[in-house]
Design a protein around this ligand. Structure first.
Ligand code: CTP
Length: 394
């Protein structure tokens, strides 16, 4: 699978460095070309000669050699298809997260444009330190793939989370990335997520139970598959490596989506848009009165999905459909009414899937009347299968 792929293995100075000798052998057995770079500290744990023999390549340590000018950080970064940092120490992680380039390895990291896998390993208290956690979240939000350390007996004698994840996991993550076809490369995909928030007054609102998880899973997977993703979301997200636009109400969402839609290849309306908003939203907090009942008048929100379908030229438009009864009848009617290319129907009466769950089970309806049922799976898996249905084999 990895035959002919160029893997750049970056080893930083932790005791788990010795394990990477075996990882290099695994890559070599899979016929990959391996180049190794190390921090000077890593050589306290594993020798240059060992790494050189295993990788069958020169090992990079110093940034510049005096006898010959070669901007190594650029050439290494250009040649490789993927960079795998293992083990990644707290020190190197913090440098990565802050753009510090004080040795060959950190400089290459900074210049590297393709996928990077980071497998941290350190003492459990260092791993738990909020500064390290913030740096990890920052890197993950920027699109770096973090393979979280595992729990167990650590070299320092402590027991806790900090041990380098298994070599199999690192190998699989490398293979997954290198073999995944970026089928959405060159496509702009707009995805909406979350329930819209319709204000009653400055402190109260009408909304719904949508967690936004399905929309976010679609955005994450779309990005992984190479798309230029824009997520229009009513729910807060962690920092993401793609464009996220925060909106609140259906009207705001409509304005943003219609704008993004113009340049999109595909728009997926996974948001739970409120059908109505408050007619006369109060500028100030509404006060309690002596009346036992009060009423609020609602007016209809625009149907964003329907209006996109009316405007669409070559764009693919995908709707979602949340039903608590008569799923198929309602979904069939809805795809006709809205005029979208695909409708992803889910049954919100079940507590083991749908709203706020990490799982979903959906039925995909196509404009031509065909139907495909996807079995219960994690939302990220469902997201992948939806793209597979729209764009062919992933
Ligand atoms: N939708 C939309 N604008 C609205 C309401 C819904 O764009 N004002 C979109 C949703 O994002 C979803 C699809 O339409 O992709 C279906 O939403 P759903 O709530 O199931 O259907 P509704 O059209 O609202 O009909 P009903 O609530 O009567 O089932």
């Amino acid at each position: 699978m990895l035959s002919g792929k160029n893997i750049l293995v970056a080893i930083t100075g932790g005791i788990a460095a010795y394990k990477i000798c075996e990882l290099i052998r695994m890559y070599k057995r899979a016929n990959a070309n391996v180049r190794v770079i190390v921090t000077p500290n890593a050589l306290n744990f594993v020798t240059k000669l060992t790494l050189q023999n295993l990788s069958q390549n020169e090992v990079g340590v110093e940034e510049f050699t005096l006898d010959e000018y070669r901007p190594e950080h650029i050439s290494y970064a250009d040649e490789a298809d993927i960079m795998v940092v293992a083990p990644a120490t707290a020190n190197s992680i913090s440098k990565f997260a802050n753009g510090i380039c004080d040795n060959l390895l950190t400089s290459i990291f900074c210049a590297f444009k393709k996928h990077v896998i980071i497998a941290p390993a350190m003492n459990c208290n260092m791993w738990a330190n909020p500064i390290i956690q913030q740096n990890i979240s920052k890197l993950s939000g920027l699109g770096y793939e973090i393979l979280a350390p595992e729990s167990g007996y650590l070299a320092c004698g402590d027991v806790g989370v900090g041990r380098l994840c298994s070599l199999d996991k690192i190998f699989e993550a490398t293979a997954k990335n290198l073999c995944m076809e970026k089928i959405l490369s060159g496509k702009k995909i707009v995805i909406t997520a979350g329930g819209t928030i319709e204000d009653i007054d400055p402190v109260r609102y009408i909304s719904n139970y949508s967690s936004g998880k399905m929309g976010i899973a679609l955005a994450d997977v779309g990005y992984e598959l190479g798309a230029e993703v824009t997520l229009v979301s009513t729910v807060a997200t962690k920092q993401k490596p793609y464009k996220v636009i925060s909106v609140k109400s259906a009207l705001e969402m409509q304005k943003t989506v219609e704008n993004e839609f113009l340049t999109s290849d595909c728009t997926i309306m996974a948001a739970a848009v409120a059908d109505y908003r408050v007619k006369n939203k109060s500028e100030h907090k509404m006060k309690k009165t002596d009346e036992n009942e009060i009423s609020i008048t609602l007016i209809k929100n625009p149907d964003i999905l329907k209006s996109l379908c009316e405007k669409k030229k070559n764009q693919i438009v995908v709707g979602f459909c949340a039903e608590s009864e008569n799923l198929f009848e309602n979904a069939k009617q809805k795809i006709k009414n809205k005029g979208c290319d695909y409708l992803i129907a889910n049954d919100i009466s079940r507590s083991d899937i749908g709203f706020s769950s990490d799982y979903n089970e959906v039925t995909i309806l196509k404009k031509d009347g065909t139907i495909k049922k996807l079995e219960r799976a994690e939302k990220s898996v469902i997201a992948r299968m939806i793209f597979e249905e729209i764009y062919g084999q992933v």
